[in-house]
Design a protein. Structure first.
Length: 744
């Protein structure tokens, strides 16, 4: 593949603190404890969803400080004569991927990493690098700032003009400015790509002294493997081998069998870069992270638009991680975080492009998503059945319930078992064991009968599937909250969010265009559903008080599902007591269900009821699976004279005005934190904006509301208002103020 030319950009400066953080190229780190999953009882524990607020990290809107606190006594050092060449004996091979150019917001684990990265970039483009300026703390002599520039920067001094050496200085403006930020990382604050001279060839005279990067690449095989894992976890640009020869890099790389960069076509890298920059300029709440390998090649990408970031706070309690396109080897290695909104529609919570299906790549991506969520982990994570995914989730989301998508497993039954002689009978037996059992003992007995009857005990896929049964079989998942994404009934499935927008050969550039189209369509569907739910009342089909009660609360689509449960109460013909233990009573509810061959069968459902605590739990676990009570629980409430569904069983996430009522949980942090104030105000304003574009009348009301709100804020009197205003200026400085603060 040809190397794409680096575009010409005029000096890109920081516009605001939010943009700088969103474009960072690092990943949060943190220790993770192993995941512990408890056994399931016959009566599931009710799992109420946790509503996760998402804010930028504390540093995202704060003023930038030099690590160490206090004022810094500066020592400015000009290093006009320091130049570096790189040892790349073999040049650029035709198969090399495109190089990601430096950009504002890139972060490195150390100064040397950033320095080596820029040298690697210079080698690719065709110029040499020197250190123009450095800044040190006076007491500790710790470096905290530097400017790296093209070797043609500036002009020759007057006293050196008469020397016979060839003139190479042209006043070239190409440079990057880096600074050590409060998180002990080096961040790129300013970039100028444009050169005012011809660029040379892409090979340079080797320097005799081996660089630190080459030494690191010469470590033992075991050390090299550990080093690579750290690269993924740290999510910084590490120039571990940029100073070494290609042969050295290959020698170490032979021991590491994993994808190291995205497989992209010509122009794809630039298309990604342009798209991310354009989106962030259009919306400062756009968030993205990029992972660069030690050769400066793009390895992994994560991004989430402003609307999806807001949706993370509303619907991030249960996420479905969709890696369909990656695992099925589509043209684009796309992965997506998907949630369920208050209308039962899929909501996009983030996207990524991964170099491969490795544990390290997944760890990088999950930590990137966790950073966007400010460390708030989801209650439940649903994924495909994959060991790499399983290991990554245990490490990054140790407190989340990780479950395998049942629909994914059932889709693989024809592929894995289709060649068996008694395939049809085996498939029916699996369906019966999975969907028609209510207790663990029933499932295990049905599975064992199927294995023994058809003699498939040695089948590897069935054996491994049974070993993992606690991760996917419904009888084991009754204590897990799924928010309607369990697909635990026959025919239910989790469709890809970009279904009908992406096919096997869809190129990346085409997808980036379709991405915005898909999001616009999904948002339109949500807005229309909001309008329909708030402006119309559903027709009632029974005289049951439960139906009337929740017709005023639930969104239209969720109410339809609950209404079906109310209707099916009439198929339950007997409610009797089985056992009494103080305030706890176990009831037996008999129901006529449609069985095989459309025959009506009678099934028994046990329901636990605690009058004192107002609790009701059915063995079918409908509430944890879908977020509303089942017909059996409603029968028990009705049998005991309860006329309204208890408030604890009316989830806010299904209410018509949920997004209006939603208030993030600030209990885990500082309630007086202006960063949290800013993010909450931003989300609240975004809600008004989203609904303000529905019609001209909506627009006029929204605009008037903003003007009235601004006037009321201006009317706040006293010194507290003045202090708050000054603090806000420090929190979100103007471009001019910001440049003053970060000037080196």
């Amino acid at each position: 593949m040809e190397m794409q030319k680096i575009p010409s950009f005029i000096s890109v400066k920081i516009e605001n603190r939010r943009r700088e953080t969103s474009g960072s190229y690092h990943n949060p780190t943190g220790d993770s404890a192993p995941q512990v999953l408890g056994p399931a009882d016959n009566f599931p524990q009710i799992q109420l969803p946790k509503h996760n607020s998402h804010t930028m990290e504390d540093a995202s809107l704060g003023s930038e400080q030099v690590p160490g606190g206090g004022e810094c006594n500066e020592i400015h050092k000009e290093e006009d004569g320091v130049m570096t060449g790189l040892d790349y004996q073999n040049g650029i091979s035709e198969g090399r991927k495109e190089f990601v150019p430096p950009a504002v917001g890139m972060e490195f684990e150390s100064y040397d990493d950033g320095y080596n990265y820029y040298n690697c970039y210079a080698k690719e483009v065709g110029f040499r690098v020197r250190v123009k300026n450095s800044w040190f703390k006076r007491n500790s002599r710790e470096k905290y700032g530097a400017v790296l520039c093209c070797s043609s920067q500036g002009f020759k001094r007057v006293k050196d003009v008469n020397r016979l050496r060839k003139e190479t200085r042209t006043g070239c403006p190409a440079m990057i400015r880096m600074r050590l930020v409060d998180s002990k990382r080096w961040r790129v604050l300013e970039v100028t790509h444009e050169h005012n001279h011809l660029l040379g060839n892409k090979t340079y005279k080797s320097i005799k002294k081996m660089s630190g990067g080459a030494k690191r690449k010469s470590e033992s095989n075991a050390d090299a493997e550990v080093r690579t894992i750290k690269l993924y976890r740290a999510l910084v640009i590490d120039a571990g081998g940029n100073g070494s020869s290609n042969s050295n890099a290959k020698a170490v790389g032979n021991f590491i069998d994993q994808p190291n960069q995205l497989s992209l076509k010509k122009g794809d890298t630039q298309a990604i870069y342009n798209y991310l920059c354009r989106m962030q300029l259009a919306n400062p709440n756009f968030f993205y992270l990029m992972d660069i390998n030690d050769e400066g090649r793009l390895r992994n990408v994560f991004w989430v638009d402003a609307r999806s970031r807001a949706a993370c706070g509303y619907f991030g309690d249960v996420i479905y991680f969709d890696n369909t396109y990656l695992s099925n080897k589509y043209e684009i290695p796309l992965v997506a975080f998907v949630g369920m909104n208050h209308h039962g529609q899929l909501a996009l919570l983030g996207c990524g492009l991964l170099a491969g299906e490795t544990k390290e790549s997944y760890i990088w991506l999950f930590r990137a998503w966790l950073k966007c969520m400010s460390g708030h982990t989801p209650q439940t994570v649903i994924t495909d059945r994959c060991k790499a995914l399983q290991g990554a989730i245990v490490e990054v989301f140790p407190r989340s319930h990780h479950r395998f998508g049942l629909s994914h497993i059932m889709k693989r039954v024809p592929e894995k078992l289709g060649g068996l002689r008694n395939y049809d009978a085996i498939r029916k037996s699996i369906i019966k064991a999975v969907y028609e059992t209510l207790k663990v003992s029933e499932f295990e007995a049905a599975w064992g009968f199927m294995i023994q009857r058809f003699g498939v005990g040695d089948h590897e896929w069935l054996r491994s599937l049974y070993e993992d049964r606690g991760m996917w079989a419904p009888v084991y998942l009754k204590d897990t909250f799924f928010a309607g994404m369990s697909a635990s009934h026959p025919g239910e499935t989790l469709h890809p969010f970009f279904d009908r927008y992406v096919h096997k050969q869809t190129p990346l550039k085409e997808f980036l265009d379709k991405y915005e189209l898909a999001l616009h369509k999904k948002h339109k569907e949500e807005v229309l559903a909001d309008i329909e739910s708030r402006s119309s009342s559903p027709s009632l089909k029974t005289r049951c008080s439960f139906e009337l009660q929740l017709s005023k609360v639930y969104t239209r689509e969720v109410f339809k599902k609950f209404q079906y449960e109310v209707e099916e109460m009439y198929s339950c013909f007997s409610t009797t007591q089985l056992h009494v233990d103080g305030p706890i009573i176990i009831f037996l509810v008999k129901e006529r269900v449609l069985g095989e061959g459309n025959r009506r069968e009678i099934r028994d459902f046990e329901v636990l009821y605690n009058r004192t605590a107002g609790e009701v739990r059915c063995i079918c676990s409908c509430f944890n699976l879908y977020g509303y009570l089942c017909r059996h629980a409603l029968c028990v409430l009705n049998f005991n004279g309860v006329e309204e569904v208890p408030p604890k069983y009316i989830l806010s996430r299904w209410k018509k005005d949920y997004k209006r009522l939603y208030i993030p949980d600030l209990g885990s942090g500082n309630a007086a934190d202006r960063v949290q104030w800013f993010n909450q105000l931003y989300r609240s304003a975004l809600q008004v904006v989203e609904e303000g574009v529905i019609s001209l009348d909506h627009y006029k009301v929204a605009l008037q509301t903003f003007e009235e709100s601004l006037n009321r804020v201006h009317d706040v009197e006293g010194g507290q208002a003045l202090q708050a205003f000054e603090d806000t200026l420090n929190l979100v400085p103007t471009v001019e103020n910001r440049q003053d603060k970060i000037a080196l």
